[in-house]
Design a protein around this ligand. Structure first.
Ligand SMILES: [Zn+2]
Length: 127
């Protein structure tokens, strides 16, 4: 049963990976087209630069996610998949089905989020 669910997760990861890669390719094409079409005519160089910068950031986020997906696929191959990297316990399969490239169980994720919010100052409502 577990094996079957893991196989479904693997397929999901592969299709997410493909979708992300397509998005990255499309963004790159869009950026090139916009710049070629000379949105730039209007324009000062500043606008083109900001646009490039913006698309670059979008691409980075996508590439980061592809890296996470690749790492998850690697863990599936070596058998370490589904183990929380903070506490070493098994991550709930239901959680993995929703967030297949997560590295932490829900409990550790919540602790990590709490620490992040402490670092970045008190969040709204905690004052
Ligand atoms: Zn954990």
């Amino acid at each position: 049963m577990r094996q079957k669910r893991l196989e479904l997760i693997r397929k999901k990861l592969l299709s997410m990976r493909e979708t992300r890669l397509q998005e990255i390719r499309r963004q790159n094409t869009d950026a090139a087209a916009l710049i070629d079409e000379g949105v730039a005519d209007i324009a000062d160089q500043g606008l083109t630069d900001s646009l490039k910068e913006y698309l670059h950031l979008l691409g980075d986020a996508g590439r980061e996610e592809v890296r996470e997906i690749d790492a998850a696929l690697e863990r599936l191959r070596d058998g370490s998949y589904g183990t929380c990297e903070s506490c070493g316990k098994a991550i709930d399969l239901a959680r993995l089905e929703i967030l297949p490239f997560t590295r932490q169980c829900l409990k550790c994720r919540k602790i990590a989020e709490k620490e992040e919010s402490i670092k970045s100052g008190p969040a709204k409502g905690q004052l």
